[in-house]
Every structure is written in C-alpha cells, then in structure tokens.
Design a binder for this molecule. Structure first.
Ligand code: PLP
Length: 399
C-alpha cells in the first residue's frame, strides 16, 4: 500500500535508545530474570472498588454509544475537580472526555495547529510528543532545558524557541525527569506564552503525584485560562491505564470545536468506563493518595541511598513515578550505561537519550517494582556506576 508522507514521517526520531527497551522485553519473554525499570505503569492493578463500579455500570446497561463529549456526570465531576484545583470557574462546557491523555494531547494540537504550523515542546520530553505534534499536522520544535537548571525552561530559551510557534506543550510533574515546575517557572511560561501569543497545552496527567512543593496548573494564572488546554487522565492518578479515559479542559469555544473532532475520531468513550471514573473521582484524595503512596515511598528510599554516594547525581525527584540520574561522571552515554547495566546485571533502565538531546548522559528509572526489589536494583545501579568511574580512572592512569 502506498502510505501517506504524513503517516510515514510520524516517528522520525531515528535511533533513540528504545532498542534497549525492546531488547530487555525480548530477554524477559525468553525467560531471563530481567528487572524492568523502564515503563511508567503501576505495579498494582485498578482498585477492585473501581472495577465493581465498572461492572455495575455495564450490567446496568451502560454499554451503548455514550454521548460524544462525555456523560454530563463525568464532565461535571471533572469540571468541579479542575475548579477546585485552579480556582477558575469551570463547567461541563469547558470539558471534553477523551480516550486517555494521549488522545487529548493529539486533539489539543489539532485544535491549535494549522497544517504546517510550529508546535513547541520542552526537551527532555515524554516519548510521544514530537510524533503527536506531527500527527496533528504540525512541525515539532524542541526547546532545550538544562540539567543544571533542573530541566526547568528559562525565559531566554522560551524567547529563542517560541517565535513562529502556535503552541507550547509542557508537562509538570514531568516525565521523564520527575521535576515539578516552580511557581517562578510557571509565571515565566505564562508571560512568554502571552508575549509570543502562543497557546499553552499543559499535560497534567501526574498531578496527583507530587512529593515536594505543590502542583500549580497554569490555567489558574492570570490571563491563561483563555489560552490554555489542560490534559488530564485517570491512567496515573487511579491506576486505570488500560481503561483509556482522560480529558481536555479549555475555553468553551475550543471544547465545542473539539467535540466536532471527537465525533469524527473516537466517537465517545465507553459509558461504563466513564461511570467507573465518576465513582473513582468521588472517592477523593484518599484513593489517589493510596495509589501514589508506593512511588512516594520508593522516592524517599531512593533519596536515602543516593545521598550515601557520589557516583551519580539525582535530579530533584519532586513528582511522578520516575527518577532521573545524571551518570555523566562515568564517562558513558545514557545509552552505553543502560546497555552495559543490562548485560552485567539484567536491570533495564531507559537511556536519557530516549527522551531527547537534553537528557543525554542520564538514565531514567521507573519506580514501578516492589520496594525490596527496587532497593536492591537501585543499590546495584549505584555500585555499577561507581565501578565504571573506578574503571575510567584506572584506564586514565594506565595511559
Ligand atoms: N503524558 C505523559 C507525560 C505520560 O507519561 C503519559 C503516559 O505515560 C501520557 C501523557 C499518556 O497517558 P494516557 O494516554 O494513558 O492518559
């Protein structure tokens, strides 16, 4: 079949280190005892109470077409949640229910990018970002951040990257870095978006996983509600990754147009999944805290192990289910380090390079295995990093 240029150029990112992930998966499938610290998925399943609500809704008959924008009840529930978190008046007219955060990211870019328009994103980035912008017909433009500035975008970087762009995509709490944007960074982003007349797409799917500081939605900042689309999801907050349910929140006229897009794409989200989401959201912060608790525990555990050594430097792990470690002292690239670690210890981590040029010389660790196994794996990684530094020093002296 002759495929369109559009679809064949979607993932144009070359060899980006995902080869290591597939190698580890293949080894695991072949029966090797691989410790996978690669993927952002909880090690618990969806809570039984949510599954019961789903079952009740399905057996109660909510299995036909659901209305395209989402059920009134779920839209109202999401609107109330967003209003409470942002202080901004939000009603169901500001909410579109989507099949997950990823579909919301795609729809948001379709809403603000004309064909061929530039869509900016922050590097390091979640793997799908450039492809999502291209998929929506835009041209993906990265804005590089620096490890030394905890990967928070600066005004200078935004002023250099935003001219000529129609949108800026940000993500806080951040995957892959675990960084939470400071109030000052968010003010800077808001000012830059207004000065360069850019729409902001704010991916907040990790907003319930904040370990220090607070999550601030830029929708709450002065002048931003009218130019911001917020991406949300039940995937991370409620361990509902497979249920594919999320949302977009934005100005009512943007949501009205996005409902037309939803009509010609996914045509709604299953009603029983939406009912289960209402149930889950109504449980409030207790359930969210319970689901986030293992990551908070492992992050604290990691901090105590990392504090006892000098081989790797940790980025401030303020949120999300990831740790970003700076392994540049070993002299290895993230990709070489991850490859050697897999060969030597059967531990799979993601090379920083998989998430963009800015994360070169780093590795990303997903804190998604049980505490004891996590502690052992992290200790092994730290010892391995130290051995690489010792090896490098020996080679240097031998020269
Ligand atoms: N955004 C970020 C930053 C993510 O890490 C993910 C998933 O890993 C998503 C969006 C998409 O999540 P979902 O489509 O499951 O809501």
């Amino acid at each position: 079949m002759k495929l369109s240029r559009h679809i064949t150029l979607l993932t144009d990112d070359g060899d980006d280190g995902w080869g290591l992930f597939y190698k580890a998966r293949a080894l695991k499938d072949a029966g090797h005892p691989i410790v996978e610290l690669t993927i952002g998925e909880h090690d618990i399943r969806t809570d039984p109470s949510i599954l019961s609500a789903m079952h009740r809704a399905a057996t109660g008959g909510h299995t036909g077409y659901a209305i395209v924008p989402g059920t009134d009840t779920l839209r109202d529930t999401v609107a109330a949640r967003i209003a409470q978190r942002t202080g901004q008046h939000t009603t169901r007219d500001n909410v579109l229910i989507t099949p997950g955060g990823q579909a919301a990211l795609f729809a948001a870019h379709v809403a603000v990018l004309d064909p061929g328009a530039n869509g900016a994103f922050i590097d390091p980035y979640y793997a799908t970002y450039p492809g999502t912008i291209r998929g929506a017909g835009g041209v993906a433009k990265s804005i590089i951040t620096q490890a030394e500035q905890a990967f928070q975008p600066t005004r200078a970087a935004l002023d250099a990257g935003l001219p000529g762009c129609a949108s800026l995509l940000i993500n806080s709490p951040n995957n892959p870095t675990g960084v939470v944007y400071s109030p000052a960074t968010l003010d800077t982003i808001a000012a830059a978006c207004q000065d360069h007349d850019v729409c902001l797409i704010s991916d907040e799917v990790y907003d319930t996983q904040v370990w220090s500081g607070t999550h601030i939605s830029p929708r709450s900042l002065p002048g931003m509600a009218e130019r911001t689309l917020v991406v949300g999801s039940m995937s991370k907050s409620h361990a509902m990754t497979g249920s594919r349910v999320g949302w977009l929140v934005g100005p009512a006229e943007a949501i009205a147009a996005l409902i037309d897009l939803a009509t010609v794409t996914n045509y709604g989200v299953p009603g029983y999944i939406q009912d289960a989401s209402v149930f889950a959201l109504e449980q409030g912060q207790d359930l969210e805290a319970k689901i986030a608790a293992p990551f908070r525990r492992r992050r604290d555990l990691a901090q105590s192990l990392i504090a006892r050594q000098n081989a790797v430097r940790a980025l401030p792990a303020d949120g999300a289910m990831y740790l970003m470690l700076d392994i540049r002292a070993t002299g290895l690239s993230g990709k070489a380090f991850a490859g050697a670690l897999l060969d030597a210890h059967q531990i799979a981590v993601m090379p920083g390079e998989s998430f963009g040029a800015a994360a070169a010389g780093h590795i990303r660790i997903a804190m998604t295995i049980d505490d004891t196994a996590f502690r052992t794996a992290l200790q092994t990684i730290l010892t391995f990093a130290q051995s690489q530094i010792t090896h490098k020093a020996r080679m240097h002296h031998a020269r």
